[in-house]
Design a protein around this ligand. Structure first.
Ligand SMILES: C[S@@+](CC[C@H](N)C(=O)[O-])C[C@H]1O[C@@H](n2cnc3c(N)ncnc32)[C@H](O)[C@@H]1O
Length: 295
């Protein structure tokens, strides 16, 4: 028989156990709730990061043609482009030139000013860059005319650009137009006319290669050859294959074209001199000190 004290004691122990059990249950529930809240917060965070990235990607242009909108700010530390230093005045003076992939026209304008070609046409696949290139000429015109009041021209005859006395045509010798230089078919390329004495193809071949593969590069070179007059000059600045590697991740097309490349940049010279294209000689120019690797 249990004494009254023992029974009382048992009762208290049971009640304590029950209380403990209840507390454990509620703690488990609390823990569960906490875990769910944490998971939810984490999920929200992931979703937030994903949306931000998606928004960023849709806002951010991928520049799949190398059509960077701050290209020259990055490439040239000063307003002068060091590539021009190794070029010969005579190649351009009084000649008709084409600059393929001219971006916002910074270099095209510098050539037009420094070397005084008869004409220089800058083309780019990106219409917004061509709009900027055109407005760059408008700006040059307005700053030029700003030096004299209009009445000065009326009283004293046409105003010459005093900043550049030997350049009589500049900036009227520049024309910018939007165009994809890579044509659909080889047949249409074979009908191209010889319109230029000098063609510039600078930091462009990587973008042609990644977008249109070896076929694109072959079309590019063939069209350049067809567009050049007898004794014409191609100034080519190819990017190294090393510089393709970072960009190949931008799209499945890039990766596929990269993986299938057979005509490597270091084979371009031989290919241009081969019967397939037809150039007669080639010369390597010095690399400027301020050169930026593979843009
Ligand atoms: C890296 S930038 C080089 C700019 C300039 N040639 C230079 O070296 O200072 C390449 C330019 O080529 C243009 N481009 C790419 N593919 C082209 C194509 N198929 N036809 C015309 N322009 C193209 C791009 O829009 C871009 O502005």
């Amino acid at each position: 028989m249990l004494s009254r004290e023992d029974r009382e004691y048992d009762k208290r122990v049971r009640s304590l156990k029950q209380h403990k059990k209840k507390r454990k249950l509620s703690k488990d529930n609390d823990d569960k709730n906490d875990l769910q809240t944490l998971k939810k917060i984490r999920q929200d965070k992931v979703e937030l990061v994903e949306t931000t990235l998606k928004e960023k990607n849709s806002k951010q242009k991928l520049f799949i043609y190398g059509n960077y909108n701050r290209y020259y700010g990055y490439r040239n530390q000063s307003t002068h482009d060091g590539r021009l230093d190794s070029w010969n005045h005579q190649w351009f003076q009084g000649k008709d030139c084409l600059d393929i992939g001219c971006n916002d026209g910074h270099l095209t304008i510098e050539i037009a000013k420094k070397f005084n070609p008869n004409t220089i046409v800058g083309i780019d696949i990106d219409a917004s860059l061509i709009t900027r290139a055109r407005s760059n000429i408008t700006r040059i015109n307005s700053t030029k005319n700003h030096q004299f009041p209009i009445s000065f021209g009326i009283c004293h005859g046409p105003i010459v650009d005093t900043c550049n006395d030997d350049s009589t045509l500049y900036p009227r010798n520049i024309l910018f137009k939007q165009e994809n230089y890579i044509k659909e078919s080889m047949e249409s390329i074979n009908e191209e006319k010889p319109l230029y004495d000098v063609i510039l193809c600078l930091s462009l071949t990587k973008w042609i290669h990644l977008n249109w593969g070896d076929e694109g590069v072959k079309k590019l070179f063939k069209r350049i050859f067809m567009n050049l007059r007898h004794d014409g000059i191609l100034i080519l600045e190819p990017q190294s294959i090393e510089s393709y590697k970072k960009k190949k991740r931008l799209s499945a097309t890039f990766r596929k074209n990269f993986d299938e490349i057979k005509l490597m940049p270091d084979q371009f010279n031989d290919y241009l001199l081969s019967e397939e294209i037809g150039f007669s000689s080639c010369q390597t120019l010095p690399i400027p000190n301020d050169a930026v690797k593979g843009m």
